[in-house]
Design a protein around this ligand. Structure first.
Ligand SMILES: Nc1ncnc2c1ncn2[C@@H]1O[C@H](COP(=O)(O)OP(=O)(O)OP(=O)(O)O)[C@@H](O)[C@H]1O
Ligand SMILES: [Mg+2]
Length: 332
């Protein structure tokens, strides 16, 4: 029997509080998780859920105020220099690089910070650029790259030191569909072929669904649930109900009282003169009861259909509301 493999990331009871003028902000409130080597693991949650805080602690940029975390067996608080040798990270919000040197010099500079021998660095930069479609733009100054190419360079940088574990915070935010897709393909390949572990913080459900082997759904500093996207969706039981309702309106509180309705989201579509409501239901009977409740409130159900669950519905079932509504609700 072979030894059980060392987890790439292990987190137990992780807490992080921030002091503020008012009461302290609890960004992480007891997070525990274990990520296997070679896994693409998603941390999915709405704004303020604690994703960036998690990534910053795991990549040794921030200390936890409670609990512990290990990366490839090294404690992030007690052995940060050992952790740093085996990881790298990139954030889609930063697009970090030195503006007045070329993309290639940027990558070279970072490779030399890691002490990578020149010929190895050259080869790696060439290979990463090729796979990320960056080769043509390598000699361009960083500032002169478009957002998408700057982001490709930032992703290349995150792999230049041959890291075991890569932390990515919203790596495709603000990118067009094609660029986002090629970055995702690259990430999947890095995990599958090169056995790298990738921890991806994102509030993009489609992205997480597309590339993650497992996902932790987080909200308000806590993990609500964890599993493969397929298992999480399957756990919902019945397809979601979609209704187009007229006249358009925002409040569908009557749905909260319908037995078997686990949660709902709604949005107003001005041009079409209606509201779209999506309800997570545990049975077909609950879906019928939800439609009845809307009608009883004096509204017209113009059309309704059922839809296969996505991770959005998983979140709705757990929280009662969607990502967007959760984010709006927290604005004070
Ligand atoms: N330096 C800080 N000082 C005070 N509060 C902070 C600080 N950093 C983060 N927070 C708070 O901690 C909570 C979690 O923030 P975090 O950035 O981890 O969320 P997130 O999930 O990455 O959100 P987003 O999707 O907006 O990036 C938020 O309430 C945030 O306001
Ligand atoms: Mg964030």
């Amino acid at each position: 029997m072979s030894e059980p493999q060392l987890p790439a990331v292990e987190v137990e009871g992780l807490r992080r509080e921030f002091k503020t003028k008012g009461p302290p902000v609890v960004a992480l409130d007891g997070v525990s998780m274990k990520v296997r080597q070679g896994e693409v693991f998603g941390v999915l949650g709405p704004n303020g859920a604690g994703k960036t805080t998690t990534i910053r602690i795991l990549s040794t940029l921030l200390l936890p105020t409670g609990g512990w975390a290990r990366v490839m067996g090294f404690d992030v608080a007690k052995e940060p220099e050992k952790v740093r040798k085996v990881i790298n990270m990139a954030s889609g919000a930063e697009k970090a690089g030195y503006d007045f040197i070329s993309a290639k010099r940027n990558l070279w500079f970072f490779s030399q910070l890691y002490g990578i021998p020149g010929d190895v660095a050259d080869r790696r930069i060439g290979e990463l650029s090729e796979r990320l479609g960056l080769t043509k733009y390598l000699d361009r100054k960083f500032y002169a790259l478009s957002t998408g190419y700057r982001q490709r360079a930032t992703i290349a940088r995150a792999f230049v030191n041959d890291p075991k574990v890569v932390f990515l915070d919203e790596p495709t935010i603000g990118l067009d569909v094609m660029t986002a897709r090629s970055i995702r393909d690259f990430l999947i390949e890095e995990a599958r072929k090169n056995g790298r572990t990738i921890i991806l913080a994102s509030h993009n459900m489609a992205e997480v669904e597309a590339i993650c082997d497992r996902v932790a759904i987080v909200d308000k500093g806590k993990i609500l649930t964890e599993g493969s996207p397929e298992d999480l969706k399957r756990s919902l039981g019945a397809p979601a109900l979609v209704m187009e309702v007229s006249p358009p309106q925002a409040g569908f509180e009557m749905l909260a009282k319908v037995p078997g309705v686990k949660g709902f989201t709604s949005s107003i579509e001005e041009e079409r003169g209606l509201s779209t409501v999506q309800a997570v239901v545990d049975s077909d009977a609950a879906a019928r009861a939800a439609e009845d409740a809307v009608r009883k409130a004096g509204l017209k159900v113009v059309a309704s259909w059922r839809k296969q669950a996505t991770l959005e519905e998983v979140f709705v079932a757990l929280v009662g509301r969607g990502f967007k509504e959760r984010e709006e609700q927290d604005v004070v």
